[in-house]
Ligand binder design. Sequence first.
Ligand SMILES: [Mg+2]
Length: 469
Amino acid sequence: MWRAAADQPVARILADFLKNPTLGAAQNRLVFCALKTLSSTRINVLIMFLSQNSGSCVQNHFPTASLYIDFDAFFANVEKQLDPSIRARPVGVTALDSEHSALITRCYIAKGAGIKRGMRVSEARAMRRDIVIRVARPDIYVDIHNRIVAEVNRHVPVKKVWSIDEVECALIGDEQQRAADIGRAIEAGLKRNIGPYITPSIGLAPNQFLAKVAAEMDKPNGFVTLRAKDLPGPLFDLKLSDLPGISSGMETRLHKAGIMSVEDFWHISAKHARAIWGNVEGERLWAQLRGHPIEKAPTQRRMFGHSRVLSGEFKDPKRAVDCLRLLTVKAANRLRRENYTAAAMSVSFKTQNKIRWSGETQFSACRDDHSLLGHMHRLYERGMSETRPKRLQSASVMLHKIALPTQRGRDLFEDQNSRNWEKLTDVMDGLNRNAKRAVIHLGPRPKIPGGYAGAKIAFGRVPDAEDFY
Ligand SMILES: [Mg+2]
């Protein structure tokens, strides 16, 4: 009978347990059950410890617990779904109606012709004269996104929306055995109820990280399962930069450390990975690649903000500030919807001759338009007097030092006036919400070319309906 010494840490006990030769094949399953009974933070520590001390024996028992869906060329394919006349042609989507504008998405026909994301419309036209260029319609994309989430929820609950075209589901219990069937049912449901041109690529794997990798492996319209027992196998065909979390900067750092491929990375220790990153992220990625069920702790929001490439008359610094007003109001509105306050703001802009300016200011925590617009105007004027630009190319505003109202420190200089503005802002928000558009706002609210000022679709955030008014 194997016994643990009572005063040993859990990790040590389990490691000893694993080394015990009399336990045979049952040990992995037992260890897995033991792991499941521990709290998640302790599991993270423990499984790293175990995998360093006992080879791959734990690995084989990570079930297929994550299903990741990444839509192919989403905006371009939505346009194709909605307009049958462009389905057989290369399609690109831009943010602005301009030949200088960059493609934010292009369909697979365009991709096949060598047209890349980020390429200018004029360049893309030079490669395929028949390319169809569409200006993005975020409200329509968000609507389809919401319908997609509803469709996936009919099969298995969506655990997290990662971006407008990426969602993740956690598979539990017997869903893990039926993973492939569930994936196929989702695929069929999307085809039937959303449309056959809006194609998903689906990945199944022990954790979200590998499921995302799997979804990327056979695009478009892929369906890839990475089981723990198949690892590392197909991973070695990938480039380091194919792995989520390895940016080009990190890739360079890995190269400097002599790690040129996923295979090289696979063979280093968790400790070594941590040393290369300089923090726990390296170790986390190392463990996720092996199928460990590691999740990132939910991070606290650090900032709210918007940026904008300026066009036409809005390049004029006198008009650019109107655009910044709108961006500030949109950011403040989101701040309030998520029930936060801000205590710092930064405003930045780039001039036509590529000079970048950025300024930051701190203030007592607030959340109303009046205070935040005041801070924005003062920062902007400072930037103007320091750079005296003729024309601007882009501008952005960010709210920082985000906290919940309950966390806001007592400010000795806080005046009743700012509290009144907050109350007034809440009343205005209520009116606008009821009317489903901005019926009441402070000062001018110009129409910005390209529209949709606050509803820019960024990775990790899908705009709410309220972002559109
Ligand atoms: Mg995608």
